[in-house]
Design a protein around this ligand. Sequence first.
Ligand code: GDG
Length: 472
Amino acid sequence: MNDSEKRLVVVSNRLPVSISGDEKIGYTVEPGAGGLITALKPIIKRTKGAWLGWPGCNIDVPFDKLLQEYSNKASFSLLPVGLTEEDIAMYYRGFSNRSIWPLFHDLIGQFSFVLEEYERYKVVNRKFAETIAKNITENDNVWIHDYQLIFVGSELRDLQIKTKLNFFLHIPFPSVDLLRRLPRNQTIIKRFLAYDHIGFQTAVDKRNFVSCVKWLIPEARIINKRTKSYITYNDQKTVIGYYPISIDFNEFNDVSKSKEASDTAWYLKENINAKFLVLGLDRLDYTKGIPQRFLAFEKLLEKHEDVRGEISLLQVVIPSRLNVPDYQNLRDELEQLLGRINGRFSTSGWVPIHYQFNTLDRVRLVGHYKAADIALVTPLRDGMNLVSKEYCASSIDNKGVLMLSEFAGAADQLGKGAILCNPFDIDRTAEQIYEAFRMSDEEKERRMRLMRSEVKKNNVDRWVRQFFEVNH
Ligand code: GDG
């Protein structure tokens, strides 16, 4: 049986729903938004598959019953893995987000390792594996996602599961020099090799992984072919490939044509009173390079008096991981920088940086993209970065300029149309914003057309198809 016809079982840390309410007022289950669920729902439904993950609520919430009811309505199964508060503190906020996340993004300053957190990560990955084992057969196609669940494959093998296991890493994979800083690195690589198929975002991530195998597991046999590598270790063969994730182009394009999105864009520009609007939109995360972006904007105002009063930066920060101390510190740092820069340059009637710390629904998100004359997408490191692709899909009049970090995976696909920058180089980034500010309409259009046709062609459906086209 071909993989695309098999029953697909997707596994991720969070289920693609949110449960709210309490015992008194009753509970509601709402679908999550995002490219992954949009892309995977049709094949999960078609193959009568399932999605398995943490429901995102406390263990006392009757999530089994709520999800059962929801699954009947949604016509695909949502299978919960219940986690305690201590599991979340140690496995999620701990090893996943204080060890793997910073190290895999090359940010060694934020990296720490606590043995108990690593041990809990193993225990929680085992819980996931046990729930999966109860719900699959040998003929299913299991697809496990991301850095919180790396050990699920080897735990399933320990449970004697022979089913084909696929894994996709949404974040970058570091070089061997960096990975060596992570205690237990050899075990971690060996556990990766329990999968039949591993997908990375970029060719560089794949290459880093293969060289880690080469240096850390010398007994593994590696065959490199054109875009794939084949590794055999302990009688298990693993195919390694790279598949840049994307978005549902048509959805963003269509929402952008709507009256609601146009109204949002219009009100936004009116309220901010910006002649030229520069947008930053990111989850609160130190990998996204937001302080460096503020500093580059400050440098621009310092060096080029002609932009003062003409250009404004709107930075939207989507709240995230607030109970991890580094994230709270980042929020404080941003607010301090904002106060300093605005205090330095504001005049009556013009404020250089506007800041929102909130979530946006889809129409408002697209409205923000539509209003932006420039999008500053300048992460220090990013697996892919979907904001950059969503901005292009929403720029239906071809007038937006994308400034993109060369350290985002998306630079491989959008590099021909975007202004590529190094976010650590504050002076040069400031000059590049100035260049974007002065760019002719013809040049803007030429660049944006290139990027839109790339995102349209390589949309998220194609990503799923390419992942499953692999020959084992
Ligand atoms: C990880 C990797 C990789 C926007 N406003 C809200 C909201 N969004 C959406 C955006 C976009 C997504 O959040 C952010 O995606 P990114 O790709 O930019 O970044 P990460 O969250 O860090 O994602 C990344 C990605 O996985 C996929 O593989 O590209 O490199 O780090 O789609 O539209 N989402 C919610 N509320 C909002 O207000 N929930």
